[in-house]
Design a protein around this ligand. Structure first.
Ligand code: KG4
Ligand code: ZN
Length: 340
């Protein structure tokens, strides 16, 4: 079964063809970073206009080598409404035109199912088997979810304010490092000392929820207090490394604690922040020490892509058997259990 996936929830226009929920036949991602960089963040109105300009071309490229598709899948939400609408109307039109079913997929589910994709033979046998604990960390989300089985979720915690990726982006913006902040802070941190500047760790042990805005403010306050006439008396690399370490310590400890508490022996990561090099190293170490199996997608499938949407749709179809004929995209779509 070949599914055409479409993802336009934020600032990447992406289309992909995935076979049987795992084999990637194409995955085209047209990034808008160049446009939003000037504003140090995504401008929703510009994002939807660019999606409209790009979408036909991106879908055309994704379909270049595939003669026939069996279904279309598209991100239904959460995301920017103007951006979601471009993907959804394209998917609904293609479904009508070709007479194939259309699936609306939750973006968070997409990030979970990015772990079912494989790019080479070795990943074939390494798909996560439920139950497992999923940590989805991106620019819009910090969600800790128990996946009891495919399509059956229990949300343990989420962020009460900034998502972890958002904190990376805002700190980078304040320090004049550009957009998106995650990759640049990740790179710069390797040149700094993570123990140099003392920063808070918002563990909040009484809840599985997260909070990153206080940590972000602590970084900004530190930088403001240590500057005179526009120059800082500390190395930006040290502050980035200390901030990154504080973020990783928090998500790592809460995830490992939750896995132990709920006796889950598998952890699955997803979302742009899971491409962070320190997160990957420290999760590998902690999971090996705790005999927990860890799944992290290759970095290009951590950030937004349409292959993960097609993968989720395949598994949803296997479980649900049928799907709604149409849908309206929702910017604040919740994660719902699949119904047969
Ligand atoms: O999943 P994604 O592409 O889009 C959302 O669904 O939000 O994630 C984008 C986020 C941005 O905040 C970006 O700064 C962050 O992921 N990110 C990273 C890294 N690469 C991307 N954060 C930390 N380290 C990275 N290497
Ligand atoms: Zn995402």
């Amino acid at each position: 079964m070949k599914i055409l996936g479409i993802e336009t929830s934020c600032d990447d226009t992406s289309a992909a063809v995935v076979e049987n929920g795992c084999r990637i036949l194409s995955n085209v991602v047209s990034s808008q970073i160049r446009i939003h960089k000037k504003f140090n963040g995504v401008v929703p109105e510009l994002a939807s206009r660019k999606h409209l300009e790009n979408i036909n071309n991106v879908i055309g490229l994704a379909l270049e080598k595939t003669k026939k598709i069996d279904a279309v899948a598209v991100t239904e939400g959460p995301g920017l409404i103007g951006s979601l609408l471009i993907g959804a109307s394209s998917a609904l039109a293609i479904s009508q035109l070709l007479g194939v079913p259309v699936f609306g997929i939750n973006h968070i589910e997409g990030h979970i199912f990015s772990n079912y994709l494989y790019t080479n033979k070795f990943r074939e046998n390494s798909q996560p088997v439920a139950p497992f604990l999923a940590l989805i960390i991106s620019g819009g989300h910090t969600d800790l979810i128990i996946v009891k089985k495919k399509g059956k979720y229990e949300i343990l915690g989420r962020t009460r304010d900034d998502a972890v990726g958002e904190a990376f982006d805002k700190v980078a913006k304040f320090l004049g490092l550009g957009y998106p902040g995650g990759p640049v802070i990740d790179r710069l941190s390797w040149k700094g000392d993570p123990g140099k500047i003392k920063l808070p760790r918002p563990y909040m042990p009484w809840t599985w929820d997260f909070s990153f805005s206080g940590l972000k403010t602590a970084v900004i306050n530190y930088a403001s207090a240590h500057q005179t006439r526009g120059t800082y008396d500390f190395k930006k690399a040290d502050l980035c490394a200390s901030f990154q370490k504080a973020c990783v310590d928090v998500v790592l400890r809460k995830t490992i604690d939750a896995a132990n508490k709920y006796r889950l022996k598998r952890i699955v990561l997803g979302g742009g922040v899971s491409s962070n090099s320190l997160i990957r190293i420290l999760f590998e170490q902690a999971c090996a020490a705790g005999k927990i199996k860890l799944h992290i997608p290759p970095p290009e499938f951590c950030t937004d892509n349409a292959a993960m949407i097609a993968a989720a749709a395949y598994h949803k179809m296997k479980v649900c058997g049928h799907i709604k004929k149409t849908f309206v995209p929702l910017p604040d779509l919740e994660l719902h259990d699949w119904k047969k």
